[in-house]
Ligand binder design. Structure first.
Ligand code: PBG
Ligand code: ZN
Length: 325
């Protein structure tokens, strides 16, 4: 049918019609809130490049987790800032590490909220890389044991799901095996499967104090120019036992989300990363664009591209808006 028999505007005439034909519904149930846990009591350090985000001591993590649950957000993902760093990231898998204690506190005080932990070494190593450093290179296989130990210690602390973000080859299988051996076969793995080497992580590295002290992450994170390689990464992680596969960042990689959604039957997560958050906040602060509207448009676009869930620093704000509609 062609104009004038077909008129696309007919179904846009009022909000009722627009609602009825709307193809994508952003839902509070899609959102996962990232939080940064730090030692101390009553600490709430603002992160300058991420307005509205803070490094939080455990009492504030619990408070924010309560707020998230109250708004209907199903899950948080925890990152940790350890009191000290060393070459082998010992605080990443310490029994009384900050993430381990934060998990326990949230599971204890905010039952019903799903607690995911980011599994990586970069915030815990003195060199800031996501794996073990040998000379000037990152030793893949030597990193696997430490990553598995980290995931296991999170599970022992009560984590509901673990999310490896290191991009070492073979880590999903190693983590799956470590969890299964210790009776954690019920704990799912959300794998950062297609994680690109992105400058959009800039604000996060300030927030988590996790910038590499030499070199960069290009030998383990993906080249932004590659799409087919992302499918390969996802199929490897799927075969190793990933329960959810993630694309990260989200906005510059909507094509990757779309292709992965089409080609695989696993749930797809997308990480709306720190730089994506910072850009919107910065422009909104200057009055250059309407922050809340751009936020909802962005999250809807990520969902439309194929994401089943979205990790986003906007989670609380977006949930408030969605609940008020
Ligand atoms: C660490 C990690 C990073 C992010 C999540 N886990 C940064 C990095 O790889 O340097 C980025 C999150 C964000 O930018 O919001 N492996
Ligand atoms: Zn890392």
């Amino acid at each position: 049918m062609l104009f004038p028999d077909y008129r696309a505007r007919r179904m846009r005439m009022n909000e009722n019609l627009r609602r009825m034909v709307r193809e994508t519904q952003l839902d509070v149930g899609d959102l996962i809130l990232p939080l940064f846990a730090v030692d101390g009591k009553n600490v709430k350090n603002p992160i300058p490049s991420m307005p509205g985000q803070f490094q939080l001591s455990i009492n504030h993590i619990v408070e924010t987790a309560e707020q998230a649950r109250g708004l209907g957000i199903p899950a948080i993902i925890l990152f940790g800032l350890p009191p000290r760093k060393d070459p082998l990231a010992t605080q990443a898998y310490a029994k009384d590490g900050v993430v381990q204690r934060a998990v326990k506190a949230v599971k204890d005080k905010v039952p019903g909220l799903t607690v995911i932990t980011d599994v990586c070494l970069c915030a815990y190593t003195d060199h800031g890389h996501c794996g073990v450093v040998e000379g000037q290179t990152i030793d893949n296989d030597a990193s696997l044991d430490l990553l598995a130990r980290t995931a296991l210690s999170h599970a022992k602390s009560g984590a509901d799901m673990v999310a490896p973000s290191d991009m070492m080859d073979g880590r999903v299988a190693e983590i799956r095996e470590a969890l299964d051996e210790e009776n954690f076969s019920h704990i799912p793995i959300m794998s950062y499967a297609a994680k690109y080497c992105s400058a959009y992580y800039g604000p996060f590295r300030e927030a988590a104090d996790s910038a590499p002290q030499f070199g960069d992450r290009r030998t383990y994170q993906m080249d932004p120019a590659n799409a087919r390689e992302a499918l390969r990464e996802v199929s490897m992680d799927a075969e190793e036992g990933a329960d959810i596969v993630m694309v990260k960042p989200a906005l510059a990689y909507l094509d990757i989300i779309c292709r992965i959604k089409e080609e695989f039957d696993l749930p797809v997560a997308a990480y709306n990363v720190s730089g994506e958050y910072a850009m919107i906040k910065a422009a909104a602060e200057r009055g250059w664009l309407d922050g809340p509207k751009v936020m909802l448009e962005t999250l809807t676009a990520i969902k439309r591209a194929g994401a089943d869930m979205i990790l986003t620093y906007f989670a609380l704000e977006a949930a408030q808006l969605l609940n008020s509609h």
